[in-house]
Design a protein around this ligand. Structure first.
Ligand SMILES: [Zn+2]
Ligand SMILES: [Zn+2]
Length: 158
């Protein structure tokens, strides 16, 4: 659909679900058991990136790769050495708490210069062990240093 010059405005990747799922519970695509919901996640991912396709400049990409965990990457041409992350979710977690912010979409979220992953707007994380993430945290800390309490005006002498 991306490669056609004038695409149908009615087109929506979510409509694949109507064909794939007849049970209405999105568990059995074409009656095949899919316990991890990979096909359902794939449809949701396609819809997310489709919704943001203009911002993401998706039409520049020619080669796509989806991994079952909801991560979509792409290349602009076969000559490109590295894949660029197009769609992801925030994988940050600490002490049993996770950020879980999703979807992160290229064009809407910044791309980390160190690891090429998308940066979560909520927690600034791209990849927990990334040096880029660590330096962003440092900068944030510096910016948040408390402004000294305003010095009280000495009462005007009467
Ligand atoms: Zn990074
Ligand atoms: Zn996050």
């Amino acid at each position: 659909m991306l490669s056609t010059e004038r695409f149908d405005n009615e087109y929506s990747p979510a409509k694949y679900k109507e064909i794939l799922y007849s049970d209405g519970i999105n568990k059995h695509p074409l009656k095949i058991y899919d316990p991890l919901g990979t096909i359902n996640d794939f449809c949701d991912s396609l819809q997310s990136i489709w919704d943001d396709r203009v911002q993401a400049k998706l039409d520049e990409f020619k080669i796509f790769e989806f991994d079952g965990r909801g991560l979509l990457s792409g290349k602009r041409s076969r000559q490109d050495r590295d894949k660029i992350r197009l769609l992801a979710y925030c994988g940050y977690s600490k002490d049993g708490l996770s950020c879980g912010c999703a979807p992160l979409v290229i064009g809407n979220n910044d791309t980390c210069m160190s690891c090429s992953c998308l940066i979560c707007k909520k927690c600034d994380c791209c990849f927990v062990n990334c040096p880029g993430y660590k330096s962003r945290l440092e900068i944030k800390k510096l910016n948040q240093k408390k402004i000294p309490y305003p010095i009280r005006k000495v009462n005007d002498r009467a």
